[in-house]
Design a binder for this molecule. Structure first.
Ligand code: PEP
Ligand code: MN
Length: 339
């Protein structure tokens, strides 16, 4: 439920309401607006009813949150969340967040070269996989901790935040130590233990949409992370499984406006995994920005023919550079900027 405090409520009233809620086992989430404070409260309404809360000093109104996801819901927080991911980069504000880099980290030379080139083209966040969730156990699984070190070095060199995936609860601490944003991949969107674990790690989380997940399932996955106290969740639409086989997945462009209506969390688009083919990446990237995405995640490789994973969908640095120039015009047309 949402407890709306009166304009005249004192700090003491607010603290007292929070204390009572917490005494009854509720999780509280205060949002201090310019004039008003509202308190999101999640817990068992049978223990403390809305009518009882209404009687507390300073309380103006109490309304239920109808959606099953509470902390992620627009009902709780109307303003869009803006997430600070480090090195001065924010996701969800006017400036678009552009995550770029190879699917997998292969060597320091490979990663450094790609990192420098995507930075020069205007990307503001580096991406790369050290732990790869491959469909086949015989495919390259990633360089693990060595990959994290490589990525960390490049992040420092380029002064860019780094985003990398974690696939196992046992590696969350390690990945959190090296990275600025932790990615939960599509295959793990409903790995609830992993979601709870990253909810405790203190780093922003990039939550990809599951292979065949509904918007509600996706927002419930965000809720798992947020329920552990981590409010910094960035959604990522990366295409869903449909009957179509011409593309690797089907990019669901409506996920962008729908998520904006249902949630205050920022959403970025990943046209690389959505299409699976480099030729289609630019068109889908431009469409996503036009539709209101807060950013993009694009796979870039200096030699896609030799990439250890996802070569066919990776853009060469010069193609990525050309895309960034075209995106600039679209960003301006929809009131956004590329830094
Ligand atoms: C990736 O980002 O390389 C990846 C494996 O993505 P997804 O989980 O969307 O398939
Ligand atoms: Mn990939």
């Amino acid at each position: 439920m949402i407890i709306i405090m009166k304009d005249s409520a004192s700090a003491r009233d607010i603290a007292a309401v929070e204390k009572i809620l917490e005494d009854y086992g509720f999780m509280t989430h205060p949002i201090h607006g310019e004039k008003k404070t509202v308190i999101g409260a999640i817990g068992d309404k049978r223990l403390l009813s809305m009518n009882q809360i209404l009687m507390l000093s300073g309380v103006d109104n109490v309304v239920p949150i109808m959606k099953p996801y509470k902390l992620a819901s627009k009902e709780l927080q109307r303003e869009q969340s803006v997430i600070d991911v480090g090195c001065g980069v924010k996701v969800g504000g006017k400036a678009l967040a552009v995550f770029a880099g190879p699917c997998a980290i292969e060597s320091q030379e490979q990663f450094s070269e790609i990192a420098r080139s995507v930075k020069a083209s205007g990307a503001n966040i580096l991406r790369g996989g050290a732990f790869k969730p491959r469909s086949s156990p015989y495919s390259f699984q990633g360089l693990a901790s060595e990959g994290l070190e490589i990525m960390y070095n490049s992040g420092k060199e380029c002064n860019m935040p780094i985003c990398t995936e974690v696939v196992d609860t046992r590696d969350v601490e390690l990945v959190a130590k090296y990275s600025d944003i932790i990615q939960i991949g599509a295959r793990n969107m409903q790995n609830f233990q992993l979601l709870l674990e990253v909810g405790k790690c203190g780093k922003p989380i990039l939550l990809k949409r599951g292979l065949a997940s509904t918007m509600e399932e996706w927002l419930m996955a965000a809720e798992y992370i947020m329920s552990e106290g981590n409010e910094n969740v960035i959604l990522c639409e990366r295409g869903i499984r449909t009957y179509e086989t011409a593309t690797r997945n089907t990019f669901d462009i409506s996920a962008i406006p729908v998520s904006k209506e249902l949630s205050h969390l920022p959403i970025i688009a990943d046209p690389s995994h959505a299409t699976g083919t480099y030729k289609y990446v630019a068109a889908v990237a431009k469409g996503a920005v036009a539709a209101g995405a807060d950013g993009l995640m694009i796979e870039v490789h200096n030699c896609p023919e030799k990439a250890a994973s996802d070569g066919p969908q990776s853009l060469k640095p010069e193609k990525f550079d050309a895309l960034m120039k075209e995106l600039d015009k679209i960003a301006v047309a929809v009131g956004r900027i590329l830094l």
